[in-house]
Design a protein around this ligand. Structure first.
Ligand SMILES: NC(=O)c1ccc[n+]([C@@H]2O[C@H](COP(=O)([O-])OP(=O)(O)OC[C@H]3O[C@@H](n4cnc5c(N)ncnc54)[C@H](O)[C@@H]3O)[C@@H](O)[C@H]2O)c1
Length: 258
């Protein structure tokens, strides 16, 4: 049975009730995990209020600001975990960012700063958060990140984010190799397209969703809950033999040639 009772899970990337991280947090909570939630702070504190209201029913025992481009916030997040929890068992890395200008048009026009920002937030942050989590995962652990098919194949307009996802997927393999001896498993879920704040920045996302609905074996897209269920499985002892993998939760779209 899928049981996460007694496991402490840090979930990043909740912006609203459409976020994939929200689907994951709900399923981890349902399976009995104790949650810590981080949010991306903004100057007016709007995100803090919005996310706090949303996650309140899940009774998170930690609720912290964490911009992955802010070293001090990362440090204080993991310091709070060390002080409050005996150990960390689960890290959910469910965040990405690229400038809207870099998510359409010619990839050759990507600016140096746009490229650096996309790779820093969307890929490097997995190394950074995993490195901070490792010493706290004293009883082993599970790290799960979110990727997309555009990191393996060319998807119109996904552009620099595709490059970031390729780096992210390779980071999963290197991290799995490094952390396996400590019984820390590292995997990625490659989700099919879902309407969220982040995906709405990708040019033509609605056409992509429509295409998947016509072509995927299941003739539909996937839900945040389906991704959440897979994440809960990967974080559970049921997945104890799985590490370094990219698991497709995409209604089967990835197998299709045409
Ligand atoms: N929606 C899709 O179609 C889809 C498909 C496959 C993979 N994914 C991936 O799923 C993950 C979650 O995205 P989503 O679609 O749920 O959208 P979302 O907009 O709900 O979530 C993206 C999150 O990234 C956070 N974020 C951005 N910059 C940050 C920073 N500097 N520090 C900390 N957090 C930051 C945002 O606050 C937000 O919570 C991303 O990695 C995305 O690439 C999405």
């Amino acid at each position: 049975m899928l049981d996460l009772t007694g496991k402490n899970a840090l979930v990043t990337g909740i912006a609203n009730n459409r976020s994939i991280a929200w689907g994951i947090a709900q399923q981890l909570h349902k399976a009995g995990a104790n949650l810590g939630i981080t949010y991306l702070p903004d100057e007016r504190g709007r995100m803090e209020t919005k996310v706090a209201d949303l996650v309140a029913p899940l009774n998170p025992s930690l609720f912290l600001p964490c911009d992955v481009q802010n070293e001090a916030q990362i440090q204080s997040t993991f310091q709070a975990i060390a002080e409050k929890w005996e150990k960390l068992d689960i890290l959910i890395h469910c965040l990405a960012f690229a400038n809207k200008d870099d998510l359409s048009g010619d990839i050759s026009g990507t600016s140096r700063s746009g490229y650096a920002k996309a790779l820093d937030i969307s890929a490097y942050s997995l190394l950074q958060l995993s490195g901070a989590a490792k010493p706290l995962m004293t009883a082993g652990g599970s790290i799960v990140t979110l990727t997309y098919l555009g990191g393996v194949r060319v998807i119109p307009n996904y552009n620099v984010m595709g490059i970031a996802k390729a780096a992210l997927e390779m980071s999963v393999r290197y991290l799995a190799s490094e952390m396996g001896p400590q019984n820390i498993r590292v995997n990625a879920i490659s989700a099919g397209p879902i309407r969220t704040l982040a995906s709405s920045a990708v040019g033509g996302i609605l056409d992509m969703i429509h295409h998947v609905e016509q072509v995927a074996p299941l003739r539909r897209t996937v839900t945040q809950t389906e991704v959440g269920n897979t994440a809960a499985f990967l974080c559970s002892d049921l997945a104890s033999g799985i590490t370094g993998q990219v698991i497709y939760v995409d209604a089967g779209y990835e197998i299709m040639g045409m």
